[in-house]
Design a protein around this ligand. Structure first.
Ligand code: MN
Length: 357
């Protein structure tokens, strides 16, 4: 919470906020520890208050730090308005337009009146969240290790005759057996021509010999996500599949080689794309190279074309180039890495060589 204090001192434009309204639950959890499904955090210059309801009385006693808790009967926003109404004169309220609804804004306008000024505080908390502390990195290392182990053991079940849904179920069962609270997103298992669908949902389609199988999976462990993709081939891969695979692998290696504190997110994306271009496969790479990872599976920064965000030490990002050819299939290889002063450290350790099953 202390790191948010700069938000309350005047910025370049002389703007100073009196309070910050935090409604996005992952931001609430990050700032004060509360993981319930209903709560609003109001951060003021020298204090913070979590507003929630009586279902969470005992939970807040165990979880909430750096904020006082207010158990509210009725509307949380009404309680927020009461707190804002204790300020004299103009009330400058920082908020994130992407996270506060039009209805919430209208309610506060009505209850606080014309003296309420809305100040765009987009990404104020997300920027803090993007840099992981040592304790967070320790959990993320474990979350990555967990999914490595799940994937490695599930490989035995990846064979002709089992369905994509079977494999996805094995993966999600395996992660829970190893202590994960659940998947960090719906597990992707896509085989054959369906492997060219970058965001396929698993279906009852049976795996067959001579097919690519893309498996994209991640687990939530103690609140932190992992995200890893591996592609295998059932049978002996043709030289076309083989060269596609190795192009994606070298694209990922090229991207990783560029990563270090101080470079732009866009330059990492460019390295991945340039390598695929050398193999004349860049036009089949239809998404960005990666994304930040933490308590949410997609967070800051985005590693896309032309992104100017500068990578900083302690950011955790995915590196996941892919090639998707309609009617043939797709290859994606994804690791989670932490940005360091001189490079990056891969949290994902699972085998990245082409596996023929
Ligand atoms: Mn990902």
């Amino acid at each position: 919470m202390d790191r948010l204090r700069s938000f309350f001192s005047a910025d370049d434009a002389g703007q100073r906020a009196d309070a910050l309204l935090v409604t996005h639950l992952p931001n609430v959890a990050y700032l004060c520890g509360f993981t319930g499904s209903s709560g609003v955090l109001l951060v003021e210059s020298s204090s913070a208050t979590l507003f929630t309801d009586s279902r969470y009385t005992f939970q807040t006693r165990e979880q909430v730090h750096d904020a006082r808790t207010s158990i509210v009967a009725g509307s949380l926003l009404k309680a927020v308005a009461e707190a804002l109404n204790r300020h004299r004169g103009t009330v400058r309220l920082g908020y994130s337009p992407a996270q506060v609804t039009v209805a919430q804004r209208a309610t506060l306008d009505t209850l606080v009146g014309k003296r309420l000024r809305w100040i765009d505080a987009t990404n104020a908390v997300e920027r803090l969240r993007s840099i992981k502390e040592h304790s967070e990195l320790a959990v993320m290392r474990d979350a990555a290790h967990l999914i490595d182990a799940v994937w490695t053991s599930v490989l035995r079940a990846v064979k002709p005759g089992v369905s994509e849904l079977d494999v996805a179920a094995e993966i999600e069962y395996g992660m829970k057996r190893r202590g994960a609270s659940g998947p960090s997103f719906e597990t992707i298992v896509a085989s054959g021509v369906r492997s060219a669908w970058a965001h396929a949902r698993p279906t009852s389609k049976l795996l067959r010999k001579n097919e690519l199988v893309v498996m994209d999976q991640g687990a939530i462990l103690r609140g932190y996500c992992s995200d890893m993709t591996r592609t295998v081939f059932l049978g002996r891969a043709s030289s076309r599949i083989r060269s596609m695979y190795h192009a994606v692998l070298s694209s990922q290696e090229a991207a990783k080689a560029v990563i270090r504190a101080g470079v732009s997110a866009g330059s990492v994306d460019a390295a991945a794309r340039d390598t695929l271009k050398k193999h004349r496969l860049d036009r089949f790479f239809t998404h960005s190279t990666g994304h930040g990872l933490g308590t949410e599976v997609h967070e800051m920064p985005r590693l896309g074309r032309g992104e100017e965000t500068i990578l900083e030490k302690g950011m955790v990002i995915t590196v996941e180039p892919g090639v998707y050819v309609e009617g043939l299939g797709g290859v994606r290889i994804e690791d989670d890495v932490v940005v360091t002063a001189s490079g990056c450290e891969s949290l994902t350790k699972a085998n990245r060589e082409l596996i023929e099953l």
